[in-house]
Design a protein around this ligand. Structure first.
Ligand code: ASP
Length: 355
C-alpha cells in the first residue's frame, strides 16, 4: 500500500512539472515599459541623424531647424489631442517637414548621381499591421501621402518608379514638375561629392557619398511615430535617400521592418541613417521583436539594436519610437539627430546634438 502511494505521488509530481513546462512554452513575455504612467497619447519625430556638430552650426540655422521641427510636431499633437488617428498625425506631421527645404525629404531631397531626385517613403498602421511604401518617385510632391494611399487604396504594400507615379496621379495626389525638388544646397553637395569621387574612383574604384563640407554621407531624412487616444500606434518615414546614389538605389526608408514599423502590441519606430546597414539589421522590426519575444523595454531594445547591431556592422544612424504606453525614445550612434517629442500634457522637447 505504501509503495502504491509513493508511486501515485511520483506520478502526480511528474505530471504537474510537465504541465508547468507546457505553460512556460506558450507564455508570452509582456513588453516592459520605462514608466508606470500611461500617456493618453504621444508623438515623436526626427529630421535625420548624422555628423551634426554645434561648432558647424550657426544660431540662425539652429533656430530655422527647430522652428520647422516645432511646427511639424505641433501639427501632429493637435490632431492627437482632438482625438484624431495616429496615422493622420504621422502623415500631416511628415508633410510639414517634406515641404521644408531644410530636410532631405520632399522639397529638400538630395540629388542622385544623374542629377535627379528620387524619393522613398513608407507608413505602417500598428492596429492592423497594414503598410504602404513607395520608392524612387520623381514627381509626387508628398511621398508619405503616396505611401498612405498605397496602404489604403491598393492591394499592394510597395510600388516603385513610374507605376507608383501613375497610381499617385490616379489617386489625385499633387504631382509636380521634377524641377520642384531642385535646391541649390543639395545640388552643390552633389557636385562636391562628385569631385571627390573622381579622386576616390581613381584611387580604389569605390563610389563616394561623403560630402567634405557637411562632413557626412547623408542628412535629414524625416520620420514620425505616434500613439493616439484609442491606443493605436503608427509610424512613417520619408527621404530623398543618399546624395550621389545610382542605379535605382533604394534605402531603408521605404522598407517595412527596416525604416518603418508599427505594432499595437509593442511600439512604432521610424529610422534614419545609412540605409544599407538599416536594411541588413532590419532595425525597426528588430526593436519591436525584442519587445515582443524577449520582453525588453523599448529603451533597452532600441539601445541594443542601434549600438550593438547597427554599430556592430559598422553602420550609423538612429531611430525615434513610442511604445504602446506612450513611452518615447530617441536613440542614435551619430553626433546628432534632429528630433522632437510631445507628451499628452503638451510638454515639448526639441534637441539636435548628443547629450
Ligand atoms: N536612411 C536614408 C537612406 O539610406 C538616409 C537617411 O536617413 O539620412 O536612404
Amino acid at each position: 500500500m505504501r509503495s502504491f502511494i509513493v508511486i501515485l505521488l511520483g506520478l502526480i509530481f511528474i505530471y504537474s512539472c510537465k504541465d508547468q513546462d507546457q505553460n512556460a512554452s506558450v507564455e508570452k513575455p509582456i513588453a516592459k515599459t520605462e514608466t508606470t504612467v500611461k500617456e493618453e497619447f504621444a508623438i515623436v519625430i526626427h529630421g535625420g541623424a548624422g555628423t551634426i556638430l554645434k561648432k558647424n552650426m550657426t544660431t540662425e540655422k539652429e533656430q530655422a531647424y527647430k522652428a520647422v521641427l516645432e511646427e511639424a510636431i505641433r501639427t501632429g499633437y493637435d490632431i492627437l489631442k482632438n482625438g484624431g488617428s495616429s496615422l493622420d498625425a504621422v502623415t500631416k506631421t511628415i508633410n510639414v517637414m517634406e515641404d521644408s527645404p531644410l530636410f532631405n525629404a520632399g522639397k529638400g531631397a538630395v540629388f542622385t548621381n544623374s542629377e535627379t531626385n528620387e524619393l522613398d517613403a513608407s507608413i505602417m498602421d500598428g492596429a492592423t499591421l497594414n503598410a504602404g511604401a513607395s520608392a524612387g518617385t520623381t514627381n509626387v510632391k508628398n511621398p508619405i501621402d503616396l505611401a498612405k494611399a498605397i496602404m489604403d487604396n491598393s492591394p499592394h504594400v510597395m510600388m516603385a518608379g513610374k507605376g507608383a507615379e501613375t497610381f499617385a496621379a490616379e489617386q489625385g495626389l499633387e504631382i509636380v514638375d521634377p524641377e520642384y525638388f531642385f535646391t541649390e544646397n543639395r545640388f552643390k553637395s552633389l557636385k562636391r561629392i562628385k569631385d571627390s569621387e573622381k579622386v576616390e574612383l581613381d584611387h580604389d574604384g569605390k563610389q563616394a557619398f561623403y560630402d567634405p563640407e557637411i562632413k557626412d554621407y547623408k542628412f535629414g531624412t524625416v520620420g514620425c511615430a505616434a500613439l493616439d487616444k484609442n491606443g493605436n500606434l503608427a509610424a512613417g518615414t520619408s527621404t530623398g535617400g543618399m546624395t550621389n546614389k545610382r542605379w535605382g538605389r533604394i534605402g531603408d526608408a521605404p522598407i517595412i521592418g527596416a525604416g518603418t514599423y508599427a505594432n499595437n502590441a509593442t511600439c512604432a519606430v521610424s529610422s534614419t541613417g545609412w540605409g544599407e546597414f538599416f536594411i541588413r539589421a532590419m532595425v525597426a522590426h528588430d526593436i519591436s521583436a525584442l519587445m515582443e519575444y524577449k520582453g525588453m523595454s523599448l529603451a533597452d531594445a532600441a539601445r541594443t539594436v542601434i549600438h550593438d547591431k547597427v554599430g556592430g556592422l559598422g553602420g550609423d544612424g538612429g531611430i525615434v519610437a513610442v511604445d504602446h504606453n506612450g513611452n518615447m525614445v530617441f536613440e542614435f550612434n551619430t553626433e546628432g539627430m534632429y528630433r522632437a517629442s510631445m507628451n499628452a500634457s503638451g510638454e515639448l522637447t526639441i534637441k539636435i546634438y548628443k547629450e
